[in-house]
Ligand binder design. Structure first.
Ligand SMILES: [Zn+2]
Length: 283
C-alpha cells in the first residue's frame, strides 16, 4: 500500500490572517463568497482522488457558516477545532483557552452531533512557553494535536528544530520530546529535510515538484507528511481588499498564489487521509 499522508485545512476567512490583521478592519468589509468557493474546490479535489482530510474550523467561522461545516462533515471528512477567535496561545490564559475550546465544541456539536477531538493552534503557537495548552486539551478530551512546527521560525516566535518530524506522543513536560505514556498524539507540519538540514516550505510557494520531494523524503523514513492549507490560498484576493496600503499589497502579492492546481496534482500522486483516520489505521 502506498504510504499514507495527512491533509489538513485551517478553515478561516481572509480577514482572519494574523499577518494582515492590523490592516483589516475586523468589523468592516468581509468577503464571504471566497471561503465557500475554496472549500467546495477542496472537497471536490479530495473526492475525485479518493482522499480525505481534517478541517480545523475556527469557532467563529463555523458559527457564521454552519452550512460549510455540514458540507465538509457530510463529505466524510474530520471536523477539528482551530479555537474560537484565532487568538494565538501566548495571548490567552489556560482559562480563556478552555473557554475558546468549549465554545467551538458547542458550535460544532450543534451542527454535526459530534465534538472535535483534534486541535490546531493559530499560527503554530504551541511552543515551550505555551505548553500548558496540552494539559487543557487533554482535560477536554482531545486526543490529537497538530500545532507544532518542527523548524525554528524565531523571527516570528514559533517553531522548534528540536521537534520530531513525524507523529509522536506529546505531553506538557517537554512538548518536543516523545512521551510514551501520553495518549495525545502530535502531528507536526511537514518540513523539508536534506542531509539532516531542515527547511520550512509552503506548498503555495514551492509547487508540486519540491512538495513531492519533501513528501517522499518523509515517507522513506516511514513518516507521513502532514500538509496544511487555508481557504484563502486557493482563491484570488477578495475585491473588498484591493485598496489596502502598499505594504499590505506587497505581502499580498507574495501570498496570493492560488495553489488549487498543485493540490490537484499532489492528491493524484499521493494518498492523503484525516488525522483521525490515520490514527485508527495505525492501531
Ligand atoms: Zn489559522
Amino acid at each position: 500500500m502506498a504510504a499514507r499522508n495527512i491533509f489538513t485545512v485551517d478553515v478561516e476567512e481572509f480577514h482572519d490572517r494574523i499577518a494582515y490583521v492590523r490592516w483589516i478592519d475586523q468589523n468592516g468589509v468581509h468577503e464571504y463568497a471566497s471561503i465557500k468557493k475554496a472549500i467546495k474546490t477542496i472537497i471536490k479535489l479530495l473526492e475525485e482522488t479518493g482522499n480525505s482530510g481534517t478541517f480545523f474550523f475556527l469557532g467563529k467561522t463555523a458559527e457564521r457558516h454552519p452550512d460549510l461545516v455540514k458540507r465538509v462533515f457530510d463529505a466524510g471528512h474530520e471536523i477539528g477545532s482551530h479555537g474560537y477567535s484565532h487568538t494565538e496561545l501566548q495571548n490567552l490564559t489556560p482559562k480563556r483557552f478552555d473557554a475558546e475550546l468549549a465554545r467551538t465544541e458547542r458550535i460544532i456539536k450543534k451542527i454535526t452531533g459530534t465534538r472535535p477531538t483534534s486541535f490546531r493552534a493559530p499560527k503554530f503557537s504551541l511552543t515551550k512557553e505555551t505548553s500548558w495548552a496540552v494539559d487543557v486539551l487533554k482535560k477536554r478530551g482531545y486526543t490529537n494535536d497538530s500545532s507544532v512546527f518542527p523548524f525554528s521560525m524565531f523571527l516570528f516566535g514559533y517553531g522548534s528544530s528540536k521537534a520530531p518530524l513525524g507523529p509522536y506522543p506529546i505531553s506538557s513536560k517537554d512538548i518536543y520530546a516523545p512521551d510514551t505514556i501520553s495518549t495525545m498524539v502530535e502531528y507536526p507540519e511537514a518540513i523539508g529535510n536534506i542531509i539532516g538540514i531542515r527547511f520550512p516550505f509552503k506548498v503555495r510557494h514551492m509547487g508540486t515538484l519540491i512538495t513531492s520531494i519533501v513528501i517522499r523524503m518523509l515517507n522513506r523514513k516511514g513518516l507521513p507528511a502532514t500538509l496544511g492549507v487555508h481557504p484563502w490560498e486557493l482563491t484570488p484576493v477578495p475585491e473588498a481588499y484591493k485598496d489596502m496600503p502598499l505594504t499590505f499589497k506587497r505581502l499580498l502579492r507574495d501570498y496570493n498564489i492560488p495553489c488549487d492546481r498543485t493540490y490537484a496534482k499532489l492528491f493524484k500522486k499521493f494518498s492523503f487521509t484525516s488525522i483521525e483516520r490515520y490514527r485508527s489505521e495505525m492501531r
